[in-house]
Design a binder for this molecule. Sequence first.
Ligand code: KIV
Length: 299
Amino acid sequence: MSTDTSHKLSLHDFLGFKARGEPIAMATSYDHPTAYFADQAGVDAILVGDSIGNNVLGYESTLPVSMDEMAVHCRAVSSAVNRAFVIGDMPYMSYQPSTRDALLNAGRLMAEGGVDAVKLEGGAAVAETVRALVRAGVPVMGHVGLTPQSAPALGGYRVQGRQAEAAARLVEDARLLEDAGAFSVVLEAVPTELARIITETLSVPTIGIGAGQHCDGQVLVMHDMFGLSLRKLPKFARQYADLGQALRSGFSAYRDDVKQRNFPDAEHSYHMRREELERLRELLGKPGEVAMLSPRSGA
Ligand code: KIV
């Protein structure tokens, strides 16, 4: 698949990756400039994850993230992207209470947020919701394994499906999602062996995060990739740049320049012509004339 940014990837293109065995590179982004750069770099899919809660909004978890926040950030991302397939995460309690809530909120992310698809967490418990969304024309990505919105019920953020029975339930969850019409399923924090079995079982692409190398694609949280996360890097994440350190040294150099009056210098300042400055001084010597000047008499 080319990384030609004049061609917007469709759902059909997304499915084509698995058909020809090309891994899908997906990353999160939550804002316009980073989405622009991810798209320019040829990232195939961008997830506006509800991980915005921990990574951008300063929340302890993803649970407080609201639909209003997701809609705004989905719009910021989708309006920056020319090629990548954009997926908006359905936040906590935007789809769990009823199918009607799910339809209205998914519709908001598509219409207001401009995303190409939505993602929601859960297996068997959300299969009928997925079916209703797909029937209404909303492409849905599923998400099983470690599902952060149910971390309290799962006993925290821990690897899922290490035991055979739990692993079999996850295979069944993924199957039910595919049967309900999900076009792809995220596998988070599951053993590599299990992710391989699910990937071989499904005909739609699996996207792994902490799920090993056999998934049809991978997703990473951009704050982990670029040293911007304030938490410890998870075992499964790889850091590709240290933007945190670059920001720290940039802010520090700026601070020093300001304190030492090295910034701004003449190059970064605007100037008046000498005659205008002299006229200004004359005018200021005659306060009565200044009072009579019209507010629009000069830029
Ligand atoms: O919100 C998110 O970033 C996610 C990924 C971890 C898949 O759901």
